[in-house]
Design a binder for this molecule. Sequence first.
Ligand code: F6R
Length: 602
Amino acid sequence: MCGIVGYIGANAIKKTLLDGLKELEYRGYDSAGLAVMQGGKIDSFKAAGKLSALVDKTADFDPKGFAVGIAHTRWATHGKPTEINAHPHGGAHSAVVHNGIIENYQTLKNDLIANGTKFLSQTDTEVIVHLYESFLLQNKDPFKAFELTIKAIDGAYAILLIDETSPSTIFFAKKGSPLQIGEGVSGRYFASSDAPLVGVCENAIYLEDGSWGYANDREAKIFVGDAPISPRKKPLPLTKSAARKEGFRFFMEKEIYEQSKVAGETLTSRLNADSARLDELPEDFLTGVISLRLCACGTSYHAAIASSYVFERLAKIEARCEIASEFRYRDPLLRANELFVVISQSGETADTLEALKMAKKGGLKTLAICNVDNSSIAREADATILTRAGIEKGVASTKAFATQMIVLWLLALYIAQKSGAIGKDKLAQEIAALRRVPSALAIKSERHDLIRRLSKRYLHGHGFFFIGRDIFYPLALEGALKLKEISYLHAEGYPAGEMKHGPIALADSELFTIALTSETLLKEKTRSNVEELIARDSTLLAIGGDRFALADDHLPIDERDHPILEFFEMTTVIQLLALEIAVRLGNDVDMPRNLAKSVTVE
Ligand code: F6R
């Protein structure tokens, strides 16, 4: 969601900025822009729509030699995704890009308008540049003017600002939205995630909340509050190869196929012969913990719900699930002996991050299950278990979900071992099953072919119900989310046993039921629920072991002796089904409309 790139150096600045934005495309956006300052003059370009529109707009712009530049992909929050609202926003002599939301922008805007400032856009961002210029008018010192600007704004932000009166400088500030600075042989870079920096910088500084400062060709000066700081640099991966499509049509497809491999990485050194190992957790980390609060958004929330069944079943520990955006504002009761577990692929989701901070403030011990090391959530939590899925570029989350589930299952076993809630034999069976996860996640080409063929029958209708019971209910939620995200068809996930309490009223031949029919958990109960829908003529696609005599379609699952392995195999099936339906509908699978990869606004 919103991407920021900045560059100070002499290496083909337009290409550097556009390449950086390209790397951030996966975050989701609906307009883009860049501004380049050379010889004390700023040139600014913006375009609504995809980056190719900005490439066209800048076709005749060819700055050479040393320059300073800022660039942005915008995901609209205040004002429509038009060219006028795209960043950078300019004043008389400066330009700004911003990720986040300025909460007090209306008051600031009113004051500026009262003093004669003219606004062009409907964005909250534009106040930053006018505020800066008005402070500069008063005290003539750009650094001071920027400091006063940062002190005047409330909300979440990552900001880069350039000014013709400081021709080799980028001013920056970070609070609540990610921003990092990289140093490479060809100059100094800014970005809102590692992706644009990998391959051009060896290491990066991950700015802490409250950081601000300036950078030029000689130095980067960082302050927190009024005090200068010298933050540690952290090494970046050396190559971008992990971020290419490698022959797949979409990143999402590549990532679905990758699940088997990354599952192996998630498990590496976390399984002993007959126990689970989590070296990230200090020996006494669970001391005094009597229950779990699992908190997340979207797909990560579905992993939370699925794992809550596993925690209670295997570790005999209470596990309650929270949607982060609800948790934040409902004055939740927090108990000191609860472990607060946040689950996040990006580690930057604003609602999850704030929920985590609330829990910490409330005195709870906190644990993050996260895919991005050094992300805000990973840094904030008391301990972090990394999911090791690698960069996930498809906006619709796939391999992150599978690896989250593996880590949560490991955690359940780890807790069970510590508390003695699990017997030796049962533990050995679970460890043996965990070792089989990579094979349960492997995609068979005949399976994919069958899904591709079946998908043509599911392109219309008045809606989809994904149904399942027990851990297959949260998987049904995830199946429905995947489908609606990329196909734009209406889909709901429901507990199979709950259909008769209302939704079954919708059943007819144009209602598509996708039933997750487990062989290992509540088989007969689920089948009865499905029969009820068949009896009302709903069109049925059953995903699971044994075929229903009256199912319209059937996608068989090979795993039949452990529920979580069935769960993983079904995961790949629902992901591929969503993908193939979306492909047939001609949608951009990797960048679905209206969605962003990293949701850094609340
Ligand atoms: C769905 C999806 C979103 C994210 C949600 C949380 O495919 O990607 O629902 O799961 O925005 O994001 P993270 O896990 O980064 O906190």
